[in-house]
Design a protein around this ligand. Structure first.
Ligand SMILES: Nc1ncnc2c1ncn2[C@@H]1O[C@H](COP(=O)(O)OP(=O)(O)OP(=O)(O)O)[C@@H](O)[C@H]1O
Length: 322
């Protein structure tokens, strides 16, 4: 569905001059400095995958999305989206993709939401029946009823994002590129957007590439993550696999009625912390399965409550960048 092969993008910036009249001299300077925003990245994404594309600020995420959607031309390598080159076959690719940039709207600021949708219907030549069907679906799934007649500039950020998502999907593209679709939203609005994305991925088999700084987005939505840093691909794997590879321990926490009798060392358990009647066990799932731990802890005292936690993706990323 989506293929990037050795793709790179360099920006050439004028070298800043120092000293007297530096701004003026910079303005007329011909000396350029190369910034490699994306450097020799390859990946392939299959139909129906939900992939998180993550990395720190300035890693090259947006630049990649812009190349995949045809806004920028790669300086090296090639990309194919739905079998077409976004640079050579703009129209074919436009019909294959829906794009949402969380920081910017693709809707017309002063027009009511419905008018923006109708303009998109005309632009994408969506036939009236398909348009009506799409409107019915997304009005319901994204709960657009209350603000279809409201000018975009008057929408809350959450409403605007829902309208932008509907706009990106009206022409029924099989692929979605989402650049920070939950940025700035409160918890309720984020939950709503996530539920919607899960739904379209599951029921309509949309292929989704998502960039985000929100690790909950990644944990709750993505089956696979690609991590980039300084324009280069560092990791391309599932979250579970990454957890395993980095070796962060899983955790079980137990509240006991009385202080428990802790055992000597257990193979696969990294450490046990005890604070009053609460024991926290850090263990390597590869060496000791969770049911064995649960059976063990029941013998240390009378458990009142048990919580299990996997290491968060945030911790994983921190380790990757160390
Ligand atoms: N139009 C441009 N001209 C010059 N440099 C650019 C341009 N666009 C991006 N860059 C540079 O390319 C690098 C990658 O930027 P990009 O926006 O792709 O990063 P990002 O991973 O999306 O970051 P963020 O998480 O902050 O949005 C940065 O160093 C950025 O300054």
């Amino acid at each position: 569905m989506i293929k990037a092969e050795g793709v790179g993008k360099s920006f050439f910036l004028t070298k800043a001059k120092e000293g007297k009249f530096s701004s003026l001299r910079t303005l007329f300077s011909r000396e350029k400095r190369e910034v490699k925003a994306v450097d020799n990245i390859s990946f392939s994404i299959e139909e129906g995958e939900f992939v998180g594309y993550i990395g720190p600020n300035g890693a090259g995420k947006s630049t990649t999305i812009k190349m995949l959607s045809g806004i920028l031309h790669p300086t090296e390598g090639s990309v194919l989206v739905g079998g077409f080159s976004p640079q050579k076959h703009r129209i074919q690719v436009a019909s294959q993709i829906g794009v949402v940039f969380g920081q910017r709207t693709q809707l017309w600021w002063d027009l009511p939401v419905r008018d923006s949708f109708e303009i998109l219907q005309a632009m994408y030549k969506i036939d009236p029946k398909a348009y009506r069907q799409a409107m019915d679906t997304y009005k319901e799934l994204l709960d657009l009823h209350d603000f279809l007649e409201t000018p975009v500039r008057k929408l809350s950020l959450g409403q605007r994002m829902r309208a932008d998502l509907a706009a990106a999907l009206l022409h029924n593209p099989p692929i979605l590129f989402l650049d920070e679709p939950t940025i700035g939203l409160d918890v309720v609005a984020k939950t709503r957007i996530r539920a919607f994305l899960q739904e379209v991925n599951r029921t309509q088999k949309k292929t989704i590439l998502l960039t985000t700084h929100d690790m909950d987005d990644i944990e709750q939505l993505c089956s696979r993550i690609i991590v980039i840093n300084h324009g280069r691909k560092m990791v391309d794997t599932s979250i579970q696999e990454l957890r395993k590879r980095i070796g962060l321990p899983s955790m079980i926490q137990i509240d006991y009625r009385l202080a428990p009798n802790l055992p000597e060392l257990i193979e696969g358990v990294e450490k046990i912390e005890l604070a009053e009647n609460v024991a926290t066990i850090y263990y390597d799932k590869g060496k000791i399965p969770s049911p064995r731990i649960l059976a063990e802890v029941a013998q240390w005292g009378e458990p009142l409550d048990i919580r299990m936690k996997e290491p968060g993706i945030e911790e994983i990323i921190k380790r990757l960048y160390r």
